[in-house]
Design a protein around this ligand. Sequence first.
Ligand SMILES: Cc1cc2nc3c(=O)[nH]c(=O)nc-3n(C[C@H](O)[C@H](O)[C@H](O)COP(=O)(O)OP(=O)(O)OC[C@H]3O[C@@H](n4cnc5c(N)ncnc54)[C@H](O)[C@@H]3O)c2cc1C
Length: 441
Amino acid sequence: MNAYKHVVYWHDTEQVTVEAPLRETVDCDVCIVGGGFTGLWTAYFLKEAEPALDIRIVEANHSGYGASGRADGFVTPTIGKDIQALVKEFGLQRALEASQAVGRSILEIGRFTRRNRVDAEYEANDYLMVATDAAQLKRLRHDRELAERMGAARAEILTREESRAVIGSPAILAGMRTGGALVNPFKLARGLARVVREKGVIIYDKSPCLRVEPGVRPTVITTGGRVTADKVVLATNVHMDAFPPFRRKVVPIWTYAMVSEPLTDAQLARVRWPGREGMVEAKSLLTCARFTHDNRVMFAGGPAPYYFGRDKRQRNMNRTEVYREIHREFLRFFPMWADLRFTYAYGGTADVVRDYAPHFGSLGGGGILYGYGYCGNGIAATHTGGKVLRDLTLGKDTDYTRLLFVDDERRKPPADFPPEPALYVGARAMARLMDWKESRP
Ligand SMILES: Cc1cc2nc3c(=O)[nH]c(=O)nc-3n(C[C@H](O)[C@H](O)[C@H](O)COP(=O)(O)OP(=O)(O)OC[C@H]3O[C@@H](n4cnc5c(N)ncnc54)[C@H](O)[C@@H]3O)c2cc1C
């Protein structure tokens, strides 16, 4: 009988001091709703551009509480679902421009942590996309072909032996090295919140926004107060459905992770993995693996369930059947670690939109802005997204506001998902269909 802690592993790596909630009526230049990466990077880039701006963030819990602080920590150039879907939807040129911007974000996040002494355990490791069957190998080749057409220098398929010299798993048949990094996402979010506060941004924790009253100057109503601002930025990710215009635009898809005890030297020696690369399986409902800073193994992904009624409640972290499946997959990759004890088992929700790529833009008169729809790939994309929201907030037409992220004359907001019960039936069928399609060579 396993006694897992259904607590986000990263949350145990950093103590949280909760900021005071909003308990008054406030007037400011920009009010951001949501203190995850999207909201925090937006505040950061706005302050960098215009230090005098009065910016307030209202956060339902505390900074990094949401997806940002529970991500698996793979900082990758992926936008939305994957590169194939992106190119299919937007064409090679637009996909390339966005991928390059997000690629730059990977390096800039590293630079940010060094300059601001944010100990986010940033490791500038590549990751290895791996194939474990013929269908995945085909997908890997397709990805490589796209990467090559997009000018990537190091896109090369590694043989079975070459791949296993990088990560010594007997399940791996081929691999492709891709640029990226690993991070402790909670420490990154907490550090970013600290830097943003030092720049003069006021963050109100425990201040859920109940609604936004539109107007020339919109007003954010929280449980304890009100903020009227020139611009309001909605950055609540999977909780965007709380606001009427987004009610049916986003669905919460659960994604789970397990984290082991720190490995002993003897356990570490059993698997060749000298470069500590992140490992990502080449399929949609992928599994991925990495070391944490203190040499635990994180194994994540696998089933990506949707629960009836857009259920985002934390009690869904307690799903024995999911962890059984993830552990089975873990043993397929690493049978030599059968004795590894997993202590943490938890999950979070990714914000999936109908066309599988982020949406940024403004509502009506332009006073209310938004950014969401990362589909589970948002650590680097939120950094780029922060620049997009900076420029949209300042009313500037820049290279960032012309990226595919932005709803404009070229891109419509995402189509609505159907109401329940059709949503539940459709989401479950879609997951099964995806798995079936991708298992065929
Ligand atoms: C389990 C998991 C693993 C992931 N792993 C990776 C990964 O390895 N690599 C990667 O690139 N991406 C990953 N992602 C995706 C990535 O974490 C997200 O795309 C990214 O963090 C989104 O940032 P955000 O700021 O938009 O959202 P969030 O971090 O969710 O922030 C939104 C914030 O808004 C707050 N909020 C919600 N409603 C309200 C309200 N009404 N009023 C005030 N505040 C509110 C929430 O409390 C939250 O703090 C993962 C996601 C999950 C769930």
